[in-house]
Design a protein around this ligand. Structure first.
Ligand code: HEM
Length: 239
C-alpha cells in the first residue's frame, strides 16, 4: 500500500484548490486582507485549535496520535491568544464571535477525540501542514496588507520551534506514514481529511457572511447592536 502522506495529499488536492479560492483566502493572496477579516479569522482559529489541541493532548499516548504529537513545535493556542489580546485587549475572551460553521467543526473535533482518536491525524495534518506551507507566505502578506509592524498580532503564523518548515514537513510525513492503520481506519482517515478541508471552507465562508452582514448593518446605520455580539452570530436561513 502507498504512503498515507501521499494518499492524503492526493485525496484532498481538489479540496485544497477550493479552500484557496474562498473569498477569504483570495483576499489574503491579493494582499487585501482587512483587519475585520483577520480578527474574525483569529476568533474561529481560537475555537478550532483549542479543541484540536485539547484532544491531541488527551490522546497523546494513543498509537495513532503519539507519532504526530509535536506540541512544542506546533501548538498554536498560546500564539492565537496573544494575537487576540493584541487586537481585542485584555477582555478578548468576551469578544470572541464565530459563525455556526466553526462550532460544527469544533464539535466534530471533540467527537472524534472521544470516539475515533485515529482520525485526529487527518485534522492535525490539514491545519498544521497548511500552516507550515501556504501559511508562511500568508503571514507576510497579512503583515503588509494591514500595515502591522514587526509581527505584532501575527504570532499565529510564526513557528519559533520549527527552524526549517520543509524539513519539519518531511519529518511529519514520515511520522504519519509510521502510524499503523487497518484498511478501514485508513479509509476513515482519508475521508476525514476531506471533511477537515470542508469544515475549513465552511468556516471561511461563514466569516465572510458575518462580515458582509455587519458591513450592511453599518451602512444602514442601524441601531441594531446584535450584529457582532454573543458567542455565535446566527443568520437565519444561511447557516
Ligand atoms: C500545502 C498554498 C490554503 C492546507 C500548501 C503548499 C502551498 C499552499 C504552496 C505547498 C504545496 C507543496 O508542498 O506541494 C496555499 C495557499 C492557500 C492555502 C496560497 C490560501 C491562500 C490552505 C488551507 C488549508 C491548506 C485553507 C487547510 C485548511 C494545506 C496542507 C498542505 C498545504 C494540508 C500540505 C500538503 C501536503 O504536502 O501534503 N499550501 N494553501 N492550505 N496546504 Fe495550503
Amino acid at each position: 500500500t502507498r504512503d498515507l502522506s501521499e494518499q492524503i495529499k492526493e485525496v484532498t488536492k481538489e479540496s485544497h484548490v477550493r479552500a484557496e479560492n474562498t473569498e477569504l483566502m483570495l483576499s489574503f493572496q491579493r494582499g487585501q486582507v482587512t483587519l475585520p477579516q483577520y480578527k474574525l479569522l483569529l476568533c474561529s482559529l481560537y475555537e478550532i485549535y483549542q479543541v484540536l489541541e485539547e484532544e491531541m493532548d488527551r490522546n497523546s499516548n494513543h498509537p495513532a496520535v503519539a507519532p504526530i504529537y509535536f506540541p512544542a513545535e506546533l501548538a498554536r493556542i498560546k500564539s492565537i491568544e496573544k494575537d487576540l489580546e493584541y487586537f481585542y485587549g485584555p477582555d478578548w475572551r468576551e469578544k470572541i464571535v464565530v459563525p455556526a460553521a466553526t462550532q460544527r467543526y469544533s464539535h466534530r473535533l471533540r467527537q472524534i477525540g472521544k470516539e475515533n482518536p485515529e482520525f485526529l491525524v487527518a485534522h492535525a495534518y490539514t491545519r498544521y501542514l497548511g500552516d507550515l506551507s501556504g501559511g508562511q507566505v500568508l503571514g507576510r502578506i497579512a503583515q503588509k496588507s494591514m500595515g502591522l509592524k514587526s509581527g505584532e498580532g501575527l504570532s499565529f503564523f510564526a513557528f519559533p520551534g520549527v527552524s526549517s518548515p520543509n524539513l519539519f514537513k518531511q519529518l511529519y510525513r514520515s511520522r504519519m506514514n509510521s502510524v499503523e492503520l487497518t484498511a478501514e481506519e485508513r479509509n476513515g482517515v482519508l475521508e476525514e481529511a476531506v471533511r477537515a478541508f470542508e469544515f475549513n471552507i465552511q468556516v471561511f465562508d461563514g466569516l465572510q457572511k458575518m462580515l458582509s452582514v455587519a458591513g450592511n448593518r453599518q451602512r444602514q446605520s442601524s441601531t441594531d447592536s446584535n450584529a457582532v455580539h454573543g458567542k455565535t452570530l446566527q443568520i437565519p436561513g444561511t447557516f
